[in-house]
Ligand binder design. Structure first.
Ligand code: FUL
Length: 481
């Protein structure tokens, strides 16, 4: 009898405790895959445009350039990747083949490649050396294989698709792991096409039969991320200035999209709040005017300050930055580009060095079940896995960060906990000044990261008000500089 009483008492305790467990918010779909999450966290990717154009001064080779002109005598992939790594870049995407069709690896399906150049007596392999340098410095490696090929005789015919897929097999089977595959929307037009020198158009929507190609790549590299206007992994941001929309949804409905479709730039720039898929925007831009190195642009390399502003309008708006830095014809990054990257890193380190919110007291008018697990203190604990969340029915809320003493504030950095989806639709930031709250900025989306530059102001308290959200807000981090 006694043991039965103890058993009932224990059961009673279990039930009572179970009732006190506060469950985390349900995800609001769509949500990122593990690979997309890792992609968001990289923030900075280097883009490298290097091919025969580097030697001819062109941006788009016609396809009839002689491989004999490719001879970067001081080529050193280590110099490129070390420079990127020191500047904080986490990955490199290389133009293995641009529109001119010239291949930076000695593949067996074409003669229009590095194997017929004087570079390392025809024994060179730029793709190999760059992928290995990435391994050495701990950066991920991605490939850009242009679908448009102005050299290939079969471009426009089904045979070319076979050729393109064979090239993908060579790359993915011999140079992996490859984390991202990049293909752009410039497709069809004038070209050499094996000597025909004519204009060829393709039906951009159907010619490439992308679903089949992507399935092939996935069979070799299941976790690869596909970049194109339409995703499906990540989308183009709609311009080549590295500028994400101030409103930037990671979500989009891809049904009606395809790479190269025109008139969708704005949609790509801001995404769609009610999008059915997680397809975040990648913001590409070149450190120079062109994508390839041209001597006359040596004096026009973007300054560290310009790169910093681009960072704010890309990473600072929840996108990743894909910054192109083209090597010169000796095969090295030019010193002006290297110096700009160094200055950019310095500026980032200096600006985001002293997080005034770190470890500071935070209060909020609501947090989920008043459980520590969802408390506002999680916003300033420097732990990306912890978060503040409100009760399910609370879609507007405010957070106050006590800076303890008056500090000059120039930037506020916010992060949503995106493994549970993107939620915030509108927010504002206020500072405590002259004994009252003063609004300094307002915004729409937050996403993976939002950095808000504000007019420098002295204050000892900051208030963040979430005014509208798709579901209860879930934020993982607030930083103040
Ligand atoms: C574009 C291409 O046409 C440019 O040459 C460059 O490669 C850029 C990144 O994508 O669509």
């Amino acid at each position: 009898m006694k043991s039965l009483t103890v058993l009932f008492f224990c059961l009673y305790l279990v039930v009572i405790n179970a009732q006190n467990i506060i469950m985390p918010p349900e995800p609001i779909f769509p949500i990122p895959s593990a690979e997309q999450l890792a992609w968001h966290e990289m923030e900075l990717t280097a883009f490298v445009h290097f091919t025969l154009n580097t030697f001819t001064g062109k941006e788009w080779g016609y396809g009839d350039e002689d491989p004999a002109i490719f001879n970067p005598v001081d080529f050193d992939a280590g110099q490129w990747v070390k420079t990127f790594s020191e500047a904080g870049f986490k990955s490199v995407i290389l133009t293995c083949k641009h529109h001119d069709g010239f291949c930076l690896w000695p593949g067996k399906y074409t003669e229009h490649s590095i194997k017929n150049s004087p570079f390392r007596n025809g024994q060179g392999d730029v793709v190999r050396e760059v992928s290995e340098a990435c391994k050495k410095y701990g950066l991920k490696f991605g490939v850009y294989l242009s679908p448009w090929d102005r050299n290939h005789p079969d471009y426009g015919q089904p045979e070319y698709i076979e050729y393109y897929r064979n090239q993908l097999k060579e790359l993915f089977q011999n140079y992996g792991p490859i984390y991202e595959m990049w293909f752009d929307g410039a497709n069809g037009g004038d070209g050499y096409y094996g000597g025909k020198r004519e204009h060829r158009t393709i039906d951009r929507k159907s010619y490439y039969d992308w679903p089949k190609t992507l399935a092939l790549v996935q069979s070799m590299q299941p976790e690869v991320i596909f970049f194109s206007d339409a995703g499906p992994g990540v989308r183009w941001i709609g311009n080549e200035q590295g500028r994400a929309g101030e409103t930037n949804w990671n979500t989009l409905t891809p049904d009606t999209l395809y790479a190269g479709k025109s008139g969708i730039e704005n949609l790509l720039n801001v995404g769609a709040a009610d999008g059915t898929h997680w397809i975040p925007g990648e913001a590409d831009v070149s450190i120079r005017k062109g994508w390839f190195w041209h001597e006359e642009e040596d004096s026009m390399v973007k300054s560290p300050e310009m790169l910093f502003n681009i960072y704010l309008s890309s990473v600072g708006r929840g996108s990743t930055l894909l910054l192109n830095v083209p090597p010169d014809k000796t095969g090295l990054l030019h010193k002006n580009d290297v110096n700009s990257l160094k200055g950019f890193r310095k500026l980032l380190d200096k600006t985001f060095k002293n997080n005034l919110a770190s470890g500071k007291k935070v209060s909020s008018d609501n947090w989920r079940g008043h459980a520590d697990e969802f408390a506002p203190a999680n916003l300033t604990d420097n732990d990306k896995t912890s978060y503040w969340a409100t009760d399910d029915d609370v879609l507007t809320s405010e957070i106050v960060i006590d800076l303890e003493k008056s500090c000059e504030v120039k930037y506020v950095l916010l992060q949503e906990y995106i493994p549970l989806g993107q939620r915030v639709k509108s927010f504002e930031i206020e500072v405590w000044k002259n004994q009252r709250w003063e609004k300094v900025i307002q915004g729409t989306t937050i996403g993976y990261k939002r950095i808000l530059p504000i007019e420098p102001v002295k204050t000892d308290r900051i208030r963040i008000r979430i005014n509208e959200a798709k579901a209860c807000p879930v934020l993982s981090n607030v930083e103040i500089y």
